[in-house]
Ligand binder design. Structure first.
Ligand SMILES: [Mg+2]
Length: 110
């Protein structure tokens, strides 16, 4: 069976992307919250911090799923977390750390 590569998508026009997101909440404050969450978690977990993980590593998915589970728990009647926003920040913190690890691995291999 012959496979064909997917057609390449044209690179987005940066000006069009900026125009498209202009009405969205400025993302900088959100990403500062995520960065702060990562720093706090790193300080809390020390040598076991996910910031030490590389990519690929089998530990990423369980950590991310745990955080997603905490989002779900925050929606239950006995949820005892600090709130869904904080739990979603944890999800973003883990996801962004994982993406950083992927990007580091890619740049190390380049
Ligand atoms: Mg959490």
């Amino acid at each position: 069976m012959t496979t064909h590569p997917a057609p390449a998508e044209p690179a987005p026009d940066p000006a069009a992307v900026l125009a498209a997101i202009a009405d969205m909440r400025p993302p900088l404050s959100l990403w500062l919250d995520v960065a702060a969450r990562r720093a706090l978690a790193h300080a809390k977990h020390g040598a076991r911090s996910i910031e030490h993980l590389e990519s690929p590593d089998p530990a990423w998915l369980p950590v991310l799923v745990e955080e997603i589970g905490e989002v779900a728990n925050s929606l239950t009647y006995d949820g005892h977390t600090t709130g869904i926003r904080d739990e979603l920040l944890d999800v973003l913190a883990v996801a962004s750390a994982w993406i950083d690890a992927i990007d580091r691995a890619a740049s190390d291999g380049a």
